[in-house]
Design a protein around this ligand. Sequence first.
Ligand SMILES: [Mg+2]
Length: 419
Amino acid sequence: MKPTQPQEYLPACPLGSALRITKIETSIPHRVMPGLLLMRITTEDGTVGFGETYYGPTAAAALIHDWMSDRLLGADALSIESHWRFFYERFGNFGIGGAEMRAISAVDLALWDILGKVTGQPIYRLLGGPVRSKVDIYNSCGNPGYGANPTGRVLWPGYGSQGKPGALEDSYQLFHDPAGLAHELLAEGQQGVKVWAFDELAHRHGGMRLPLDELKKAVRPLEILRETAGDALDIMVDGHGFFMLPAARQIAEVLAPIKPLWLEDILKIDNVSTLADFRHHAGLPISASEMLLTRPQYLEALQKNAADYVMVDPTWCGGISESIKICQLAQGFNVPSTTHDCTGPLTLFAGIHINAAIPGCCYQETVRAHIRSFYNELIDELPEIRSGQVSLPTRPGLGVAVDERCFDRDQPHYRVSTL
Ligand SMILES: [Mg+2]
């Protein structure tokens, strides 16, 4: 009897034959969106896959080039699950969250993009879709300066300015002309609007207890939104994780009359049992949220009945590979999934593919202030959005290419690793 060969666990080229990775590039579009890391993986046959992640871009780039490239270069680009699990388990030895998971996410997007191009199919088809012909979207009230910053300074999450008067300054308009904003969104067929109306209260008072007079003032624009739009707009409220339990309950109490579709990160999410208690007492739907990473964290939120919706950010929580598993997991609990944006154009495209492929997905976040002001400097084709829905991409892979100029070798943070 022939002795069996010991089999390597999670080999980089499981089938021997492989579409080998020959080049890995990363770049930061520092004049357009300085918190964004763009990546491009090239294979030996010239196929190119694009990926991205957001926040801490130099840290994610360091992990990719100084460490992950050691496995990826010369490895099979199509062994997506093998690479994902290998990196997850190795990084798990010292804590899996943060830059490590963002780096895995960026690589995962690029590998799915390559698989789509090699097979000639949009990613949602490779995931078993489509399950719908268009994806419902809502608009988050940012402004062009929330994310894009020509000074190269990356703002803290939840510390964006209100903006200024002008087109696409949705955050400014929310606070200064909420009725006008409601009319404008309805006129273009938007289905929903997300607001972060309480950030400044947290900046002024911390997140433990809120003065009633200021709380009433802060909720007034949302009351006007509801009065103006009637029942025609979903309203979602994001607290950016600023508040502890008593303040979160105060906010839920003043929000109840406007019937928000969900409350998102009003309460810090670092204790799921407290979130479940908040959900029970608030009596309002809770979205638990892009601040969670990977299946175990979402599973805990689902098992403890802490969420009415789950939201995933494909470029934070482990790429397309992990996002689809989280959404399928949520479907098993009869909890719908939604996908996060505000973090980059490929994140948006990845979310569209996920929504197109998973029956339990119900909403894609968009930021019209980003899509219509600077995304065209980053990608070659904008998503086709009409009447509150986005069309499914038709090109193979992600269905979009990063602008060639973003990978100019003269960019200050451009890095390349080659076989
Ligand atoms: Mg959020």
